[in-house]
Unconditional design. Structure first.
Length: 133
């Protein structure tokens, strides 16, 4: 929690597993973990729908990507984080926004991106240890 901004650990985990595992298993995991997240957050299965679609898309992109896995994870987290914020704001329905509220939302999105990027290597190393043993 950094000034009221919380990293989306589930989003980072879905991306890390989808890049590193490359299979249908990561899509099932994305659905299960995001359904669990929906149990504790408002929204009618928003996370389950979007993160499952994200996992499927990441698995298909990963098969065509030639390069470092960590780079792909960081790029996907940096792109997916603001997209999820924008989708969530549209899903909830924000209404009319003043300049200062919009500025605060942009700052929160940028801080969330930074926090999510900090957790990419941490979650990657944890998943490596879990799946190697």
């Amino acid at each position: 929690n950094l000034w009221g901004v919380v990293p989306d650990i589930f989003l980072v985990t879905v991306i890390v597993l989808s890049v590193s595992e490359r299979g249908l298993w990561s899509i099932y995991f994305a659905f299960a973990i995001s359904l669990l997240q929906d149990c504790f957050a408002p929204g009618m299965y928003f996370n389950a729908m979007t993160k499952t679609l994200l996992a499927g898309w990441v698995v298909s992109v990963r098969q065509r990507f030639f390069g470092d896995e960590m780079t792909l994870m960081a790029i996907l987290v940096a792109v997916a984080t603001p997209l999820f914020w924008i989708l969530a704001l549209g899903f909830v329905g924000v209404g009319e926004i003043s300049f200062w509220v919009l500025l605060l939302i942009i700052i929160k999105i940028l801080l969330t991106i930074v926090l999510n990027l900090i957790f990419v290597p941490v979650i990657f190393s944890i998943t490596k240890m879990v799946f190697e043993s």
